[in-house]
Design a protein around this ligand. Structure first.
Ligand code: SAM
Length: 294
């Protein structure tokens, strides 16, 4: 019998359990105790999680919960929870629900007053932020950008005026294209951090000016291998204020030609202002509460 001397899973509760992003030493005793005592373990990939559990001598009843079956499987798991069974949710690595499946099940549990408990632990997002040294708020977490270049560039264009710290996840086969797009669209003096293979054997954290990054990556194919979190410093606060003022000016030119949301989107694309900030401003203005800049 497994005894990790930590309280086990509670019936009728959904435990959202973080698992290692590389180093198995990061698998917390509490996470292991919860998994060992859960009635059911919902896993993104049952084979992958089965290997992790086997490594730690944990037996569990695994059920698949991934992006393609989350809609059908979540009500099934809800039923188990309502019957008083304990359910643990894991993804392949890191924290479920952070660019991983799980959000739908968690939302359903909340909607039915099922307790949801975080078994906190590794996440590539927090790990990269902790070693990147870019601490400006807000943290703008974007997960994965679109895979196709045109859509990726369009998405990035909407971010250039935002303050804070941008965080992206990226796959190794797209890291060069992605960093090239960043360098083409953002000012050259932005700070970039490439956090690669965190907690693993070939872990590396490199911080540099954005304009230096494409050639740094190109200089050695090994620098392009593995899993990446990319951090990018946001716009200086003063520049963001300027961009918003400019966005408001352009919006006012466009508003008679387009709907409010289209005009906000176009003005944001043209000026680098935040689309959501512009849209909120436009709605307030329409309702008579806006603070025009003119
Ligand atoms: N939910 C996970 C978490 O909390 O870390 C992230 C899942 S997402 C599908 C996988 C992405 O996270 C990878 O493509 C990579 O961008 C990032 N990632 C995961 N493990 C990493 C590691 N050890 N080092 C750097 N990035 C990692």
């Amino acid at each position: 019998m497994t005894d990790f001397s930590y309280p086990g899973a509670v019936g009728g509760t959904l435990h959202v359990v973080a698992t290692p992003i590389g180093n198995l030493g990061d698998f917390s005793p509490r996470a292991r105790a919860i998994l060992a005592s859960s009635d059911l373990i919902a896993a993104e990939d049952t084979r992958h999680s089965g290997q992790l559990l086997a490594h730690f001598g944990i037996q569990g009843r695994l059920l698949a919960l991934h992006e393609h079956n989350e809609a059908q499987q979540s009500p099934v798991l809800l039923h188990h929870l309502q019957e008083g069974r304990s359910v643990a949710l894991v993804s392949d690595a890191g924290t479920p629900g952070v660019s991983d499946p799980g959000g739908r099940l968690v939302a359903l549990a909340h909607a039915h007053a099922i307790p949801v408990v975080a078994i906190a632990g590794p996440s590539a997002l927090a790990a990269a932020l902790s070693v990147g040294g870019l601490d400006a708020l807000p943290i703008q977490f974007h997960g994965f950008l679109p895979a196709k270049s045109k859509a990726r560039r369009a998405a990035l264009t909407t971010l250039t005026g935002l303050v804070g710290t941008h965080v992206f996840y990226e796959a190794p086969h797209r890291i060069v294209e992605m960093v090239t797009d960043l360098a083409a669209l953002f000012p050259p003096d932005r700070e970039l951090v490439l956090a690669r293979e965190l907690t693993k054997r070939f872990e590396s954290v490199q911080r540099m000016r954005l304009d230096a990054a494409p050639s740094w990556l190109a200089a050695d194919a090994d620098r392009q291998r593995g899993e990446f979190v990319v951090l990018l410093s946001g716009a200086p606060a003063a520049a963001a204020v300027d961009a918003l003022a400019e966005g408001q000016r352009v919006y006012q030119v466009l508003e008679s030609l387009l709907s409010a949301s289209e005009a906000a989107r176009a003005a944001a694309r043209i000026t680098g202002a935040s689309r959501s900030a512009l849209y909120a401003w436009a709605l307030g203005r329409r309702d008579g509460h806006g603070e025009g800049t003119d």
